[in-house]
Design a protein around this ligand. Structure first.
Ligand code: HEC
Length: 135
């Protein structure tokens, strides 16, 4: 009897850990940035860069009010066409001018800078997607 109880408790414990850890993993999945009703679908390679280098500040639950007001990556696809185009233009410009990620932040976390290749991928994606939407 004792053993059965122990098995159940241990089982529940591991089920709990599993739920929590898979919860963390799904925090930043493709689904969140690509809602089914969205006008655009952010491709995997772009999503990876956005998740790694931009998402922490630019998501709808971000603690940075300023960053959130300018761009919420997880809401981008759900905006109206005109809005998406203007956000994409802002992204291309911010990356091109090396304004993002913010310089102050990069002083502390230099490894969070975009590589030249990542910057190019983001700029090309933003420009091409904006062009597509304008057709
Ligand atoms: C450390 C937090 C942080 C990170 C990381 C970050 N941003 Fe920002 N971002 C901000 C803040 C804060 C603002 C608002 C700046 C302001 O209002 O002066 C902003 C503003 C912007 C804007 C609006 C610029 C405009 O036209 O006014 C864009 C677009 C943007 N970020 C894109 C990005 C992209 C793309 C990345 C990743 C490559 C990124 N950000 C990474 C904090 C961040």
């Amino acid at each position: 009897m004792k053993k059965t109880l122990l098995t159940i408790v241990t089982g529940l414990f591991f089920a709990g850990i599993f739920t929590v850890s898979s919860g963390f993993q799904t925090k930043t999945t493709q689904k969140e940035v690509n809602p089914p009703e969205g006008l655009i679908t952010i491709p995997d390679n772009v999503n990876t860069i956005l998740q790694n280098k931009c998402f922490d500040c630019h998501n709808s639950k971000s603690e940075s009010m300023k960053a959130k007001m300018k761009l919420k990556i997880d809401h981008l696809a759900t905006l109206k066409k005109k809005k998406i185009i203007s956000k994409l233009d802002n992204i291309a410009e911010a990356v091109e001018e090396k304004d993002m990620p913010p310089k102050k932040f990069l002083k502390k976390y230099p490894e969070q800078a975009l590589t030249d290749e990542e910057a190019k991928t983001l700029i090309d994606w933003a420009n091409n997607t904006a062009d597509e939407l304008m057709k």
